[in-house]
Design a protein around this ligand. Structure first.
Ligand code: AMP
Ligand code: MG
Length: 324
């Protein structure tokens, strides 16, 4: 079975091709804001302008004609409505033109499924940390349950806000991480964990205010230590409650070495393991959508045209997962 997958929840327009459960192509075009964060109108313009080329490149790299595709998967949500719309429209048109099944995939779930496939973990507590999402997720009773999440902004967004104040362009995570490595002084900052949920807006405000009083390296170091400790605490609590012995970290912030190191220390102390998804699948991509969509189709799940509208607020726990 050849499945084409389309991703367009935020800054990335991605097209992946999966043949019988294996990724053969993963093409993408990324929108980068000139200043500030993601501008929904500009991002969707970018997707609109690059959709056809990305699609053509993916097909030619896979060495297939569009008539050979058996099914179309697309990222139906959650995400920025204007961006989702471009992927959904492309997928719906293709499905109708080629007269092949369509399947709407939950973006967060796709990150988990491709991460499991690539790392070999079977039943992890997943920490999904990105620009627009921060969730602690685990399987229970045939669904992925959100055990904990941010009460306000996502960790990636928090990092980008601090980075912007320092003068680092979007996305600021990699450069902020480098500055943090040079930090030496630990500065006490707000630490907010409520049950298994956490919060970042107070921390960001405090960090932005404290920048004038300290070396930026020390601020970045202390900010990371606080922000990541919250994630590790929430993840550990989810492991304690569920008895799960594996952690999977995915999403753009999973690239951060310090976060992985802290999670590995915690996991090790519990006799568990922590792994991170390969970077290309931590970033938004079409391959994970094709892979997950094909898994759904094989279980008889597809999306009728009338149900194929975008779902900007679609939550992970709303999806039935027949293979769990
Ligand atoms: P995503 O939304 O999954 O595309 O992830 C993008 C987010 O990941 C942005 O907020 C980036 O700043 C963040 N990010 C990327 N690399 C790193 C890193 N090395 N450390 C921390 N955050 C990062
Ligand atoms: Mg993502």
């Amino acid at each position: 079975m050849i499945t084409l997958g389309i991703e367009s929840t935020a800054h990335t327009f991605g097209v992946g091709v999966v043949v019988d459960g294996e990724v053969v192509v993963n093409q993408k075009s990324m929108y980068r804001p000139e200043k500030g964060g993601i501008h929904p109108g500009e991002a969707s313009e970018h997707h609109y302008a690059n959709a056809v080329n990305t699609l053509k490149n993916a097909l030619s790299s896979a060495n297939i004609e569009k008539e050979e595709i058996d099914s179309i998967a697309f990222s139906q949500g959650p995400g920025i409505p204007q961006c989702l719309q471009i992927g959904a429209t492309t997928a719906r048109s293709l499905s109708q033109t080629l007269d092949i099944p369509l399947v709407g995939v939950n973006h967060c779930l796709a990150h988990i499924e491709i991460g499991k496939k690539e790392t070999g973990v079977k039943d992890p507590v997943t920490l999904y940390v990105a620009g627009g999402n921060s969730q602690v997720i685990g399987a229970a009773g045939g669904r992925y349950r959100v055990f904990g999440e941010t009460l306000d902004i996502a960790i990636g967004n928090a990092i980008d806000k601090v980075a912007r104040k320092i003068g680092i362009p979007h996305p600021g995570g990699p450069e902020l991480e480098k500055l943090a490595e040079k930090g030496e002084k630990f500065i006490e900052l707000p630490y907010v964990v409520k049950g298994m949920d956490f919060s970042y807006s107070g921390l960001v405000t405090k960090v932005q205010r404290e920048l004038k009083n300290h070396k930026k390296e020390d601020i970045c170091y202390s900010f990371q230590e606080h922000a990541f400790a919250m994630l590790v605490e929430a993840t550990e609590r989810a492991m304690a409650h569920t008895g799960k012995k594996e952690v999977l970290i995915t999403g753009g912030v999973a690239a951060n070495q310090r976060l992985n190191q802290m999670m590995e220390t915690m996991a090790h102390e519990r006799g568990a393991i922590s792994v991170k998804s390969p970077l290309k699948y931590c970033m938004d991509n079409g391959a994970m959508i094709a892979y997950t969509g094909q898994k759904m189709l094989k279980k008889g799940v597809n999306t009728q045209f009338k149900d194929s509208g975008i779902r900007p607020g679609w939550r992970t726990e709303q999806v039935d997962v027949p293979w769990l």
